[in-house]
Design a protein around this ligand. Sequence first.
Ligand code: PMP
Ligand code: GLN
Length: 378
Amino acid sequence: IESKMPNLATTIFTTIGQLAHKHNAINLSQGYPDFGVDPALIELVSNVMAEGFNQYAPMQGVFSLRETISEKIEHSYGRYYDPQSEITLTAGATQAIFTAISAFVERGDEVIVVQPAYDCYEPAIELYGGKVVPLALMGEDFRFDFEGLKKVLSPKTRMLVINTPHNPSGSILTREDMQKLEQLLQDTNVILLSDEVYEHIVFDGNVHESAANYDGLANRSIICSSFGKTFHVTGWKIGYCAAPKELMAEFQKVHQYNVFSVNHPVQRALNTYLKNPQRYEELGAFYQQKRDYFLRAIASSRFTFTPSAGTYFQLLDYSAITDEPDTVFAERLIKEFKIASIPVSVFYRNGSDHRHLRFCFAKTQETLDKGAEIILKI
Ligand code: PMP
Ligand code: GLN
């Protein structure tokens, strides 16, 4: 058959994951924790299943969970989202992102995507006939380019996709950044798709700046979050999005025919689990300890780095080691050194000559030790 998507290859996470498996490499590539889930959460899910909550959830998600999420957002960012009409449970953030793009992007629309970009935005935009307009982060610390944004904003801009804390760079948007963004968008109709899946993984005393915090952003934003990241359950594929009523109504028009509703018992369990804010408020400290452990262990390696400010990823600069492109170097590290990472150029639309690999530190001390031991030999 003639492919509708001739330019789409298999996602990097599958390609590298398979290669890592084949070569029996330590896998610090795909982002997921290799440690267990809180037994209390598992017990909640199994209890709920035993109680019989095994049939369809409501289309928007279990109402009590939407109420709890609304309280959580208000508690964290000071904005009230109506659980009746402004919150939807989704099959991970991936489905929220895909559904949001399909609900709003029409043929010929321009969508500005901050680069490097997590890999699920652009295929969805193009599938719906949108034109991706890349906007690169700047410098070694991956700062937002506001002058660049001014240049690419046009009457055709339908949507801007941002991601803070940012995968893969580990950079975060500051209060000042969000205020500038608010100002630049104020006279436009641009919808902001704000990917905040790492909202609770922020380090060094910084706070997560959610679009929910800013009137002029919240009123145009679809904010996506993921319980996979927050509660170490990436395999459960459960998340949510929040948006003002008018945007959410359009989102749900697609959602209802896309999945209708998502995992019911898991939603019931999460409702109970989420009521204790400690369970997400301590996540930053938890991962900061892992980041610091990993960075201490590789301090004398030939890689250089700026410590990640958020997410569970750390970029390592290898320009002191080799001139090889990152895809070539990443593959060689898997085959020769038995360690897997993600080459950062794949997150750029037109490639990049950055000399960075992305390593995931959401791992046990034992895995980090093994990884560091190899990194010191490279
Ligand atoms: N956005 C970003 C930036 C991510 O890193 C991920 C996780 N891979 C997602 C979205 C998707 O989240 P989920 O696993 O909940 O679908
Ligand atoms: N979000 C994770 C990452 O960036 C995994 C994504 C995936 O496997 N699709 O590594």
